[in-house]
Design a protein around this ligand. Structure first.
Ligand code: NDP
Length: 251
């Protein structure tokens, strides 16, 4: 059974990693997907993904759009509404990490992480609620992190951005519940992607593995499955929630 037949979904940061897994999963379930990437180096991957999604029988379009730029998000969402008709689901997934102990953390590093991870969620949500309010329905899913709940030495900017997403998510759920717009967050643990490449270098991942009751790192598809649940009517009575998808990780 397809759970998102003919719905229109946006996924930010989907040329690779978790975003790619989410875009694929939503398309497999019948959603038309507009997705973004930001770096020139990901242009080919984005074009390949667009073709892969279209082969699943849905409309798909890749956009090079910086989620940290309010203006670019406005242009992007306007184009999606013009091309696809509306926005039913928005997955704010784009994110970066620039890890450093606070003693060494520069103002630029701090600003980059907050802009890309947190302001991006404001930028996109502000745009997508217009078509959602018109349709009197919508599901917004924000990618937080278990680090935003628990904190982690050397990740203060990342943790702050991801904790900020949780506060934003809960507030938007309160603001827009009466319009039938749901807003939830996912807090992944350690998922195998480019962002966590260090887990496979030497024994770096071993300490973390010991803290994961399920005894392994997560897969992008496991975050995609949770996203599908929240995006579809399977999650119709959930809003303002944070789902930790982390194998029970206790850091
Ligand atoms: P990756 O580094 O593998 O991919 C990040 C994606 O985000 C890329 O497609 C990248 O685009 C895109 N992106 C980065 N900056 C921007 C921007 N300014 N505008 C638009 N797109 C942007 O990361 P993951 O897949 O691992 O992470 C995805 C999300 O999940 C992030 O928010 C991350 O914080 C979160 N997360 C990840 C965890 C993990 O263990 N991997 C754990 C918890 C949370 P491009 O390809 O063009 O560079």
């Amino acid at each position: 059974m397809k759970l998102l037949e003919n719905k229109v979904a946006i996924v930010t940061g989907a040329a690779r990693g978790i975003g790619e897994g989410i875009a694929t999963k939503l398309a497999e379930h019948g959603a038309h997907v507009a997705f973004t990437y930001v770096s020139e180096g990901s242009a080919q991957k984005a074009a390949d993904l667009e073709e892969k999604l279209k082969a699943l029988g849905v409309n798909a379009k890749a956009y090079r759009s910086n989620a940290g730029s309010f203006e670019e998000c406005e242009t992007f969402v306007n184009d999606v509404v013009k091309t696809f008709g509306t926005v039913d689901v928005c997955v704010n997934n784009a994110g970066i990490s620039k890890d450093n102990l606070l003693l060494r953390l520069s103002p630029d590093q701090w600003d980059d992480v907050i802009l890309t991870n947190l302001k991006s969620v404001y930028n996109m949500t502000k745009q997508v609620i217009r078509p959602m309010m018109k349709a009197k329905s919508g599901s917004i899913i924000n990618m937080s992190s278990i680090i935003g709940i628990k904190g982690n030495a050397g990740q203060s900017s990342y943790a702050a951005s991801k904790a900020g997403i949780i506060g934003f998510t809960k507030s938007i759920a309160l603001e827009l519940g009466s319009r039938n717009i749901r807003c939830n967050a996912i807090a992944p643990g350690f998922i195998e992607t480019d962002m966590t490449h260090y887990l496979k270098e030497g024994n770096a991942g071993d300490d973390f593995l010991k803290k994961i009751p399920l005894g392994r790192f997560g897969k992008t598809e496991e975050i995609a499955n949770t996203t599908l649940f929240l995006a579809s009517d399977m999650g119709s009575y959930l809003t303002g929630q944070v789902l930790s998808v982390c194998g029970g990780l206790n850091i």
